[in-house]
Design a protein. Structure first.
Ligand code: SF4
Length: 446
C-alpha cells in the first residue's frame, strides 16, 4: 500500500545519573556498568507494539535517542514526518519537552506517552499536541484517525475511558523488523502487564494498566517472529512480575522449553515455594531472575508492603539458595534511603551482599515516581526536592531523607556502590553465578 503519512517513534532511552561524582564512580565499576549497558541497549517494546498497531498507509520510523546532537535533530526534521511520538521515562521528560518544543515550532505534531505521561497527563499536555495516558494499542489507531480528520484531542486515556482498555488476547506481534538487529544483545517480549501487588514506591504496578496476562499462543507467535530474525536469541521479559499466577506460568515455561533460547525476567520471592515451577524454569533455560528483596532492614520492607512482602522477609536466604539449587541465578535488588534506614543499614547491606550467595546484585536509591503512594506521602510532608524529574534515575537523591541530609545519603550510597561493585566482590559473585549455572547441567545429566 502507498505510504501517504509518516510517523517517527522515538524512545528516550538510556540510564542517566545526574550526580556527577556518582556518575563517574559508576563508570568505573564493572558489575554496575554491565547491567546498565544491558538496560540501555533494550529496544522500546511499547513503541514497537504501537508500530504494529499503525495503519498500513503510515510509514513508521523507529529511533532511540540515548543522547542526541544537533545532527540527530536535523536528521529527524529532514524525514519530514507528520507526527513524532515520544515514549519517555520521568528521568528524560525535560529533554523530551525540549525536543517537543523544537519539533512543534517546525509544524510537526508531537505525541507523548509512557510512564510519566500516564502519571501526569496534565503536565505533559502543556508540552505536546496529544498525550497518551495508559495503554496505547487502541488509542493509537484512534489518535491517528483523529489527526487525519484534523480533530486531534489533547489527551487520550485508557485509565479514564474503558473503551480504550486493551485486551491482551488482541495483542499483535511487535514490529521487531524495524530494529537494526545487530545493535542489540537482547530482545524483549511482554507476557504479563502490571502487577496485582501494591508496593508503595512502585510505578510499574498500575500506572499503565491493571495486571493482565497474554494468551500463551500469542506469546508463541512473538517468539516465532524473533526466531525468524535471530537464530539463538537472548530474551528479556518486559514484565513487572512474571510468575504471579503459578498455573499460567507453568504453561508459559513449557512453551519456553520448546525454544533454543536463553532468557531473563523479574519476579518475586514466592517462586521459591514451587519446585515444579523451578524445575520448569531450569528446563526452559532461564539464566537469571531479578527479585526485589528491597532491604536488609525489616522495618523498611514493612514500609514497602506490610503484607506478603514483609511476611517473606525472614525467608530470603533460604529462598535464594532454593532457587539457585535449581541452577537459576538470582539477582537481588536492594533499595536504600527508606525513612527507617540509618547509616547502620548501609553497613548491614554491604555485609549481607558480601556474605550472601546471590549471583548478582543491584542497589538503587528510593525514588518517589509521580503518583505512587510514596510520592503522595512525601509530597504531603513537603519533602520532595524542587523540579526533580531528571533525577528519577534510581541513583540520585530526590527528596529530603529522614535520618540523613541529602549529601550524607549521596555519600553513603556512593560508598556502598564502590564497595559492592569492587572487583573482588564482583569476581566472587561471578564465580557463584558460574557455579549456579553448572548445577543445572548436572541436574539435567542425572
Ligand atoms: S511486587 Fe514488584 S512489580 Fe509488584 S508492586 Fe511490588 S515492586 Fe511493583
Amino acid at each position: 500500500m502507498k505510504k501517504t503519512r509518516k510517523v517517527i517513534l522515538i524512545a528516550m532511552s538510556g540510564v542517566r545519573v545526574v550526580n556527577e561524582r556518582l556518575f563517574n564512580t559508576g563508570l568505573t565499576l564493572p558489575g554496575f556498568v554491565d547491567r546498565s549497558k544491558v538496560i540501555a541497549s533494550l529496544p522500546s517494546l511499547g513503541l514497537l507494539t504501537l508500530a504494529a498497531h499503525t495503519p498500513e498507509h503510515w510509514e513508521v520510523v523507529y529511533k532511540e535517542l540515548d543522547t542526541y546532537s544537533e545532527n540527530d535533530v536535523a536528521e529527524l526534521l529532514a524525514e519530514k514526518p507528520d507526527i513524532i511520538a515520544f515514549s519517555a521515562l520521568t528521568a528524560r521528560i525535560y529533554e523530551t519537552y525540549e525536543l517537543s518544543a523544537r519539533f512543534r515550532k517546525k509544524g510537526i505534531t508531537v505525541v507523548i506517552g509512557g510512564l510519566h505521561a500516564s502519571s501526569l497527563p496534565n503536565e505533559v499536555q502543556e508540552h505536546a499536541d496529544a498525550v497518551i495516558q495508559g495503554e496505547g494499542e487502541i488509542i493509537w489507531g484512534k489518535l491517528l484517525e483523529d489527526y487525519e480528520r484534523n480533530m486531534l484531542k489533547p489527551v487520550y486515556s485508557s485509565l479514564s475511558n474503558p473503551a480504550y482498555v486493551f485486551d491482551l488476547k488482541d495483542a499483535r506481534v511487535p514490529k521487531y523488523e524495524l530494529l537494526d538487529i545487530d545493535k542489540y544483545n537482547r530482545l524483549t517480549i511482554q507476557t504479563t502487564r502490571g502487577c496485582p501487588y501494591h508496593c508503595n514506591f512502585c510505578a510499574a504496578s498500575r500506572t499503565i494498566s491493571s495486571y493482565k496476562k497474554k494468551p500463551i499462543e500469542l506469546i508463541k507467535k512473538e517468539l516465532d517472529k524473533i526466531f525468524e530474525i535471530w537464530e539463538e536469541p537472548f530474551i528479556e521479559l518486559a514484565d513487572d512480575n512474571t510468575f504471579v499466577d503459578k498455573k499460567w506460568s507453568k504453561e508459559l515455561l513449557k512453551l519456553f522449553g520448546t525454544y533454543n533460547m536463553k532468557w531473563f525476567t523479574e519476579t518475586d520471592i514466592t517462586i521459591a515455594e514451587d519446585e515444579e515451577l523451578l524445575s520448569l524454569l531450569a528446563a526452559s533455560n532461564c539464566m537469571q531472575v531479578l527479585i526485589g528483596l528491597e532491604s536488609v532492614n525489616s522495618e523498611s520492607v514493612k514500609s514497602v508492603d506490610d503484607g506478603w512482602k514483609y511476611t517473606h522477609f525472614d525467608d530470603y536466604e533460604k529462598a535464594i539458595d532454593k532457587i539457585q539449587s535449581f541452577g537459576i541465578t538470582v539477582n537481588g535488588c536492594f533499595v536504600l534511603g527508606f525513612d527507617s534506614d540509618t547509616k547502620e543499614t548501609f553497613r548491614e547491606t554491604q555485609e549481607y551482599i558480601k556474605t550472601s550467595n546471590l549471583s548478582d546484585v543491584q542497589i538503587t536509591l528510593l525514588t518517589p515516581f509521580p503518583c505512587t503512594d510514596l510520592y503522595n506521602q512525601l509530597k504531603q510532608e513537603g519533602r520532595l526536592l524542587k523540579d526533580y524529574w531528571d533525577k528519577c534515575t534510581l541513583f540520585d537523591v530526590t527528596y529530603v531523607p529522614k535520618n540523613f541530609t541529602v549529601e550524607e545519603l549521596e555519600n553513603e550510597f556512593q560508598d556502598l556502590m564502590t564497595n559492592v561493585y569492587a572487583e573482588d566482590l564482583v569476581e566472587r559473585r561471578r564465580s557463584i553465578l558460574k557455579e549456579t549455572l553448572s548445577k543445572r547441567n548436572k541436574l539435567v545429566t542425572l
